[in-house]
Ligand binder design. Structure first.
Ligand code: FE
Length: 211
């Protein structure tokens, strides 16, 4: 079963003025779609053809990994955003306070880490294998799903995410990202059971990698 381009969970103009309709149309309709199409092209005829996207990300390598991971990252990114921001839930607030001081301090650290990424990539809030919270960054299409980490929140740092609205000003984009964060989704991820990473998947199933 091919990977599908998921529908956006809101209208393309719903995130304005923080993120424009044009950005969403191009980012979702062209960039995200291209990763989905490319991954499907590369999947055809392989043993991973019928696997779920998350499994493909954990088991693939090379070009297929890059495109499948980008398809997964984008799907997760859209879910991290909402036009009607809910308040930070009590469990999430407690966890952010414990690890970063408070919510503002977390946003500041996340922004600093995201701003420091050289070139394209992603900034993440992840739950580590021992249950702690960490801010992580990945380069290009890489994703923490590859490790034993559970992604809770992500921000797309590729210029295609912000060039139309903010030109090359990533920090301004990050400032406009936080009013859109779906804290309810982040808390759901915090409370969800561990997904098990690439290493875990290999240890259990000893699955071969596919190029
Ligand atoms: Fe993107």
């Amino acid at each position: 079963m091919p990977i599908t381009l998921p529908k956006l969970p809101y209208a393309t103009n719903a995130l304005e003025p923080h993120m424009s309709r044009e950005t969403l149309e191009i980012h979702h309709g062209r960039h995200h779609k291209t990763y989905v199409d490319k991954a499907n092209e590369l999947l055809r005829g392989t043993e991973l053809e019928d696997a779920a996207l998350e499994d493909i990300v954990r088991r693939a390598d090379g070009k297929l990994y890059n495109n499948a991971a980008q398809a997964w990252n984008h799907d997760f990114f859209w879910k991290c955003l909402t036009p009607e921001q809910p308040p930070v839930g009590s469990e999430l607030q407690r966890a952010l306070e414990q690890h970063f001081g408070d919510v503002d301090a977390f946003e500041k650290k996340f922004t600093e880490a995201a701003a420091a990424v050289f070139g394209s990539g992603w900034a993440w809030l992840v739950r580590t294998a021992d249950g702690g919270l960490e801010i992580a960054t990945t380069a290009n299409g890489d994703t923490p799903l590859s490790d034993d980490q559970t992604p809770l929140l992500t921000c797309d740092l590729w210029e295609h995410a912000y060039y139309i609205d903010y030109r090359n000003d990533r920090v301004q984009y990050l400032q406009q990202f936080f009013p859109l964060v779906n804290w309810e989704f982040v808390e759901q991820n915090l409370l969800a059971p561990a997904r098990g990473g690439r290493r875990a998947a290999q240890a259990v199933g000893e699955q071969p990698k596919f190029h």
